[in-house]
Design a protein around this ligand. Structure first.
Ligand SMILES: [Zn+2]
Length: 255
């Protein structure tokens, strides 16, 4: 029997049924992954007084069966109510060397905020990630509206548009402003809304930074399959300045 842990009630169900092979979100695989769920005893966790007999406190470690990444699940009381916190290594998820540091930083901050249920904070961090992304593309105007308009005129806009950026700007504002004393706006930041926001930002990051970087790496890998003579001809004909003439390379050219 296998289980899945997305929240506290899933967690309680899994523990009640004593399930060991369980799916949790793996930040390295970026998806729900099955793996071993293991209870950590008090003496393994220095400085934390978790009572192994307690129904309200426990620490578990989940090891992803695909990539062996570990996450920690901590059940602990908050204001007398049970709560479940997922502790992730956010650097794993947002450590793309081809992506500007500011974007990695704010996406990781959003991820960390979400792992402890700070959803309003996560939305504000997504907005900051967007600001960094537009800044990295050279749009340095003070007003975010103008930067979004500039993006709308760029080569990327055709593929992804600017509508979600305008919405993210407003949602980010709702997350940090007083909003005429209306606190209920914060309730709209549920998991589905945050997932959609994160996925659209990842789509944007992939389009601008990760996709071109991966394309370049694949081309280099393919080049490594050419013979030295083919590579020389290729470089001479394809990489020289001026109009490109597609080289005709066959195995017979090898002399
Ligand atoms: Zn994994």
């Amino acid at each position: 029997m296998r289980g899945i842990i997305r929240n506290l009630s899933d967690f309680d169900e899994v523990i009640k049924n004593n399930l060991k092979n369980v799916a949790c979100f793996c930040p390295k695989c970026k998806m729900m992954c099955y793996g071993e769920l293991e209870f950590l005893y008090t003496d393994e966790i220095r400085g934390l007084s978790i009572n192994p007999q307690s129904k309200h406190e426990s620490i578990y470690k989940h090891t992803c069966a695909q990539c062996e990444n570990e996450i920690f699940l901590i059940k602990h009381p908050v204001d007398g109510q049970s709560s479940l916190t997922f502790v992730y290594n956010a650097e794993i998820q947002y450590d793309w060397s081809c992506v500007p540091d500011g974007i990695n930083y704010y996406m990781a901050q959003a991820f960390k905020s979400r792992s402890v249920g700070a959803n309003s904070a996560a939305m504000a961090m997504y907005r900051s990630a967007l600001e960094w992304l537009l800044f990295s593309l050279g749009f340095k105007e003070k007003d975010l509206n103008i930067r979004i308009d500039k993006f709308g005129e760029s080569e990327y806009s055709e593929k992804i548009g600017t509508e979600f950026m305008d919405i993210l700007r407003l949602l980010g504002n709702n997350a940090v402003h007083v909003n005429d004393g209306d606190l209920s706006l914060q309730k709209s930041f549920d998991d589905d809304l945050l997932n959609s926001t994160e996925e659209l930002l990842n789509e944007l990051i992939s389009l601008i930074f990760i996709g071109p970087d991966e394309h370049k790496k694949r081309v280099e890998k393919m080049k490594s399959g050419l013979t030295e003579a083919q590579l020389k001809r290729y470089q001479k004909e394809y990489e020289s300045p001026g109009p490109k003439v597609r080289p005709v390379i066959t195995i017979d050219d090898d002399h």
